[in-house]
Design a protein around this ligand. Structure first.
Ligand code: GLN
Length: 468
């Protein structure tokens, strides 16, 4: 399968056509997605129109975009004008996007072809894609396992070769964790680097859109197209000039001692993470121990903070303005029926948790305390980044699990995010890169965290690791 870089240069150089690239991927989806379940909908017709337009523009001598003819899938929580968007929830069934998310628009401006919308945990709440109201997504590497979540459909789409790039959103690990489970790359950009305009909000202070790709160069290409300062998202910023990557020599890689304790962790995952660190050391990096003493509070702080924001963000789904609507004898009953029938159990759990922690009597004990922990975690990272340029850790405590293994135990599911959540709380950038396979053949991901806006050197690091 061609990479995004190969497609863009081949289409730009008229070696092949965007239309043919698209047909090749549509055929594969047709043959295999009934089993994998990566997509909720394939936009075959509009994608064909887009691909033909890219070919026509290039044939007429127009300047090709950086993603000329590259098929890209988008998670089903991003608006694409005229297309359905459901957040994999019954409450948004039948909803049609009235405008296009800036991130999606940035890709289209670079001549990408939007191939479809991918399955996810309802409203991006979950770590296995089992919370989708519509279908099951299987891990293409081992179809008896989950693909991870919440962006499981996007990770599976790239792993299955349905498209070289897919977009996900990461609030507490939803790009990096499924990337690790499916054996692909996934980037959670620095908070503010990619516009959230047109992304259905889960927890606005944590949400970031980012790419999945099968190799580091494609990940970089996707990110360079996505990142922009957008006046429509007041938290987005212009990417500051970055220190150019000048090689691995002398780069300090921090190993947080709390993340390498091995407690509650799969042994092979830990060994492969250490092996990645040792490879980098052999190439000239310096390994150093760092400490993140407050990281142990990250999971509880996240589930309070994220659920609080979700309880407020999801208040807009009232059965009047969007999608599904159930009639009641009066307005209140209409709200109750719409929300009662429209939301699944995990979303209801989060709304209740968040509403409780924001309520007058409990605000100080829960929401405020979670915010204070967030500050402490941010300071831990600031101290760690005095000693290290990047932090390495496993992406997940264990490789992909089987369907049903954690659905009845929400706490076990929440703990899958133990290594990914601190990055969101501190607004850093983080990536999961493939680190090898367990003896049982399941992919393992290694996570690298960097200071805000250090993506350019993060890509440098990934390319070094990829080539050993
Ligand atoms: N698994 C985490 C959760 O359920 C993270 C989700 C995400 O990043 N969107 O909240």
């Amino acid at each position: 399968m061609k990479t995004a870089v190969e497609i863009a240069s081949g289409v730009a150089g008229k070696k092949f056509r965007a239309a043919d690239v698209l047909e090749e991927r549509l055929k594969l989806i047709n043959e295999q997605d009934a089993e994998i379940g990566a997509f909720l909908e394939v936009f075959a017709e509009t994608a064909r129109v887009q691909a033909a337009a890219v070919d026509a523009k290039i044939a007429a001598g127009g300047k090709p975009g950086r993603l000329a003819g590259v098929p890209v899938a988008i998670k089903d929580n991003m608006l694409y004008a005229g297309h359905r968007m459901t957040c994999a929830s019954k409450i948004l069934e039948g909803y049609i996007a009235p405008y296009t998310a800036t991130a999606v628009e940035n890709l289209i401006r670079e001549d990408a072809v939007i191939i479809g919308r991918t399955n996810m945990d309802e409203f991006a709440m979950g770590s296995s894609t089992e919370n989708s109201a519509f279908r099951k997504t299987r891990n293409p590497v081992n179809t008896s396992c989950v693909p991870g979540g919440s962006s499981g459909g996007s990770a599976a789409a790239v792993a299955a070769g349905f498209c070289p790039i897919a977009l996900g959103s990461d609030t507490g690990g939803s790009i990096r964790q499924p990337a690790a489970f499916c054996g692909v790359y996934g980037l959670k950009p620095t908070y503010g680097a990619v516009s959230r305009y047109g992304l259905a909000a889960f927890a606005s202070s944590l949400d970031q859109i980012g790419p999945f790709a099968a190799d580091a160069a494609d990940l970089e290409l996707a990110f360079s197209a996505l990142s922009s300062r957008d006046p429509k998202d007041s938290t987005s910023v212009a990417f500051p000039p970055a220190k150019p990557w000048d090689g691995i020599g002398g780069v300090r890689i921090g190993l947080p001692k709390e993340f390498f304790s091995g407690e509650g962790m799969d042994r092979e995952t830990l060994a492969l993470t250490r092996a990645a660190a040792v490879k980098l050391e052999k190439l000239g990096a310096r390994l150093t121990e760092v400490t993140l003493p407050n990281a142990k509070y990250a999971v509880p702080a996240y589930y309070i903070a994220a659920s609080s924001e979700a309880s407020s963000n999801l208040g807009r789904f009232d059965g009047i303005r969007y999608g599904f609507s159930a009639a009641g004898a009066n307005l209140k009953e209409g709200y109750q029926k719409t929300r009662g029938l429209g939301f699944g159990p995990e979303v209801k759990r989060r709304i209740m948790l968040g509403t409780y922690s924001l309520s007058a009597g409990y605000y100080d004990a829960y929401y405020l305390k979670a915010q204070k922990i967030r500050t402490l975690i941010k300071r831990d990272f600031e101290a760690a980044f005095e000693k290290a340029d990047f932090i390495i850790s496993p992406t997940t405590p264990s490789p992909a699990f089987k369907f049903g293994e954690k659905v009845s135990d929400p706490i076990a599911m929440y703990l899958s995010d133990i290594f990914t959540i601190p990055c969101n709380l501190a607004g850093l950038c983080g990536v999961s890169a493939p680190a090898g396979f367990t003896a049982g053949g399941l992919p393992v991901g290694v996570q690298f965290l960097g200071r805000p806006f250090s993506e350019p050197s993060l890509f440098g690091l990934l390319k070094v690791l990829e080539n050993v």
